[in-house]
Design a protein around this ligand. Sequence first.
Ligand SMILES: Nc1nc2c(ncn2[C@@H]2O[C@H](COP(=O)(O)OP(=O)(O)O)[C@@H](O)[C@H]2O)c(=O)[nH]1
Ligand SMILES: [Mg+2]
Length: 639
Amino acid sequence: MPRDLILGTAGHIDHGKTALVKALTGIDTDRLPEEKARGITIDIGFAFLDLGDFRLGIVDVPGHERFIKNMLAGATGIDLVVLIVAADDSVMPQTREHLEILKLLRLKYGVIALTKADLVDATTLEVAELEIRELVNGSFLQEAPIIATSAKTGLGIVELKSAIRGICERIAAKESTEWFRLPIDRAFSVAGHGTVVTGSIVSGSVSIEQELEWHKGTGESEIVRVRGLNQHGQSVPEIHRGQRGAINLAGIPLETVHRGQELAKLGYLKPSRVLTVRLLALDSAKRAIKHRLPCRLHLGTAEVLASVSILDRDAIDPGDWALAQLFLDSPVTAVWGQPFVLRDSSAERTLGGGQVLQPTATKLRRRHVEHLDHAEKLWSDDAEVRATAFAWFAEFHGFQPDDFVREVGIEPDGVAAVAERLKMSGVIVELELPPHRKLSIHAGRLAELGERILAALGGLHNEFPLFTSHERAKVVGLLDYVGDKALLQATIERMIREKKLVGDAKRIARADFKPKLSANQRKLKDKIVEEHRVAGFAPPEPKSFAPQAAGNAKALDDIFEVACAEGFLVRITNEIFLHADTDIEMRSKLVSAFATQPGLTVAEIRDLLGTTRKFAIPICEYLDRAGITRREGDLRSPI
Ligand SMILES: Nc1nc2c(ncn2[C@@H]2O[C@H](COP(=O)(O)OP(=O)(O)O)[C@@H](O)[C@H]2O)c(=O)[nH]1
Ligand SMILES: [Mg+2]
């Protein structure tokens, strides 16, 4: 099976990139009428080169400084580059800028073509070669072959092909367990078929009839069906990484599709307006990247206005790097480790670039030691260290192990093993949430959540020291910023199992909370309450229970206090308590009586309640205190 790879061109305008692609492939990549008329490349163009063992999708880019944004869209997803330098012009500004961009994009492979060799003598050719060697010194092209070519005479074309083949052999084959992802670089309409999008497939594969998630660059996405696939003009059943592919989408209007959007496996990518990044200020830019600098982010085929927040300092000096966040005007879809380029807001120069550390970040606090500590771990070589830091940043939201693919840079088939190891070592905990949901959470975050639950409950215990327990719903309500109610309930269950809490499905208490009453005292309380219920408006004297209180008078006071706090009894005086039901009955009787008679004497109230004078006077005073009645002379009237 031949291998598919994507080759890009790079180099200054007019150095012969398009002519060289034509000499290699016979294809003219300048397809726009304006390009034909002006003889310059404006947007990226595409060709195909079959080398037998390798099939190369070619992206020819514009060299003009005004079209760097198009060059950036084209450079996304390429496996190797042919850096083109014209022998008669040698190294020029966009030769340098394109090389800087490719370095920022972490490209590893390429060859150099010294074009227009037919126009110069041997000495000039040699000088140009020396200048190129100096330029690429220390870069990924340091050892790259330099092939003198001429699109006019055919000089060096065969040699260039064999040099390209040599490079292709060095590019390690990738196991395709990755998920599908295609940053869209072009969209057009084909009569009878509808909307077609193209791009360099950066990972995975897709077949006809499969569903993909179309990320619109607005933060929204939509599931679309692959109606047809095309590669270099041929219908194919499947396309994969390393290919330039065209995808015919079912039922999507052309005007809604554009460069910068992405197609990906369902659930793989998530739009975000904040990225945490490792940001390098280009040495050659000769200017520091300052905190809050407005700039342009180029990520994949997208270009978005951004503002830089440098997390640990106020400026990144040329040649230095730092942890930063990018706040974006509109959302992008990124994955961990994805390279990006920053250009100035007027799109005149490349300022720097780097790699994404948090593709779906939230604002981090600047100079916050703990945040910085964990953010640095996101750049570790060790996937488990990165996964742990990601889990920590997931706070109380938790995550799914599959998020590791996007957020940590772990291949899909490696996710389960990493998650298992982190579970075994106690770094993460997997919770079963009702009805059928699993949520993973950093063990430290779960412990933190436990502390918050204990603190909330502790607050309630302090406020209501007489309550043995509190409603779960009340505790959960105090922690509503956690958002995920099921997570809170599951954490409470866990804490009951761990004996940090006591309780049941309805009520909970801290295990270390000492209720005011002993078990025996609670039993007595139930008895007292019951006797008050039966006694109605002629309640028993509290001290009649003293012998059963198995202690001093204080214990009996506590029992009555708890019974009142729990709402079973109502205190009329320290010697007279009514059952709560009796209290309600009394209030409704008064309401009916007042309906026909605006004022009642103590004697009338006594008869209304069927009690004696001994109780009637304190009850009337209680009614005044409770704001139910008002005393005017001998009469009580409603308020
Ligand atoms: N003599 C000569 N002219 C060339 C060669 N390659 C390109 N050219 C010319 O240089 C000009 C720019 O070439 P083009 O491929 O459009 O450059 P690009 O801007 O890098 O794509 C065109 O007029 C070409 O005909 C070459 O090898 N020899
Ligand atoms: Mg060109």
